[in-house]
Ligand binder design. Structure first.
Ligand SMILES: Cc1ncc(COP(=O)(O)O)c(C=O)c1O
Length: 390
């Protein structure tokens, strides 16, 4: 496999709920949720059953043909997405969902320019990468797609100044994930909506990481009562199978004509069966409410750790999308926590990110917290002795 992933020295072979096990049978509390994919838990029995049943029946069916399972999924999806977002294109990843949104914005408006935020992450294919901010991802691959610009985030004045008569869309993550779990200030997303309406520019929300209940609402935009014109989804939508969704207002999506966009795997029956089961589980098990309640508990406990460990700079997040910012690189903390049976993500160099399955148990959160407490204690001691462990 290409050497593009920063690999952790562990072989994961099994998962159930919020737990995974390595090849030696060691158990871990998975606060990475496979980068937010395992939202309803690893190998949820309903998803497993749906995949098994559908695999016996029909695995692939090109979107040039109708398929019952695809129709069922699209109906279920539209029943939960914000009002007015009712026409979708299905693909295979978050980056693809964003690519589609970019093309759609250009086609709908007849204009080329996309405004994204500094600090944003939208994926690594050429279009999505052009909207992603971090230089380390972008620079080796210049020239990128033209007519993308970045403005300083959370600043409505800067956004307004950046809009020109060539602007097709503003693309934004409602909460920046890779950028450090950053929640916008009150009024920012509402302000973006107003500016877009006033200037006749599309508003695209990238909810690849925040969507499907992660933040304690089905979609993060619901925290601020803002409905975009286009929304991108991916990670957890098909219970662990690869999927991307670009869902838009009907008049916007209708600007795509036959042949304008496609992918061979668009809406395969197998993936759609898994996605139907995922939506059912999300609603039946009330996981959105669970994310809100457990997220508030988890965040409160992390804040307690902040009072105890001065090396923590800030705790932030919504629902079960949480970030803990430090004054230094967090890789060592991640590796030590892994050793003690807890998997944690980073978000940039100095932020720990928690994206656990929403089915995580309170005791499992307890284990994650006590491991973090002990690792932070060790880290502080090492720093006091003048020998920071990284
Ligand atoms: C907000 C956001 N958009 C897009 C992507 C890209 O998704 P994928 O890795 O599935 O291409 C990610 C991935 O982390 C993401 O967090």
């Amino acid at each position: 496999m290409a050497n593009v992933f920063a690999r952790r020295p562990v072989v994961i072979t099994r998962g159930k709920g919020a737990l995974v096990w390595d090849i030696n049978g060691k158990e871990y509390v998975d606060c990475t949720g496979s980068y937010g994919v395992a939202l309803i838990g690893h190998s949820h029995p309903k998803v497993v059953e749906a995949i098994q049943k559908q695999a016996e029946k029909l695995i692939s069916c090109h979107a040039g043909f109708y398929n019952d399972m695809r129709t069922e999924f699209l109906q279920k999806l539209v029943s939960i997405t914000p009002k007015g977002l009712n026409k979708a294109f299905l693909s295979n990843s978050g980056a693809e969902a964003v690519e589609c949104a970019i093309k759609l914005a250009r086609k709908f408006s007849g204009k080329p320019e996309i405004i994204a935020m500094m600090g944003a992450f939208h994926g690594k294919t050429m279009g999505a990468l052009s909207a992603t901010w971090d230089k380390k991802y972008r620079e080796p691959f210049q020239p990128l797609v033209p007519e993308f610009k970045h403005v300083s985030p959370d600043n409505l004045k800067k956004v307004r100044e950046a809009i020109t008569d060539k602007t097709a869309a503003i693309l934004v993550e409602p909460i920046r994930g890779e950028g450090g779990v950053r929640i916008p200030p009150e009024g920012f997303l509402q302000g973006l909506r107003e500016i877009c309406d006033e200037k006749n520019v599309l508003l695209i929300f990238d909810e690849v990481q925040t969507g499907f209940g992660r933040t304690g609402k089905l979609f993060a935009c619901e925290h601020w009562g803002v409905i975009p014109d286009v929304m991108c989804l991916a990670k957890p939508v098909a219970g662990g199978l690869p999927i991307g969704v670009t869902i838009a207002k009907e008049n916007v999506m209708s600007s795509f004509k036959v042949g304008d966009h496609s992918t061979t795997f668009s809406g395969s029956p197998l993936v759609c069966a898994a996605a139907c089961a995922t939506i059912e589980v999300l609603l039946e098990e009330k996981l959105v409410e669970r994310a809100a309640a457990l997220g508030a508990y988890f965040k409160g406990q992390l804040e307690n750790l902040q009072s105890k460990h001065k090396i923590i700079r800030e705790v932030r997040g919504l629902g079960l999308m949480l970030g803990v910012e430090f004054r230094f690189d967090v890789l060592n903390i991640i590796l030590k926590a892994m050793d003690k049976g807890v998997l944690i993500l980073d978000a940039g160099r100095n932020v720990l990110r928690f994206l656990p399955p929403l089915v995580i148990e309170k005791e499992q959160i307890g284990k994650a917290l006590s491991v973090l407490d002990s690792v932070l204690g060790e880290e502080e001691n090492a720093r006091l002795l003048g020998a920071p462990s990284n």
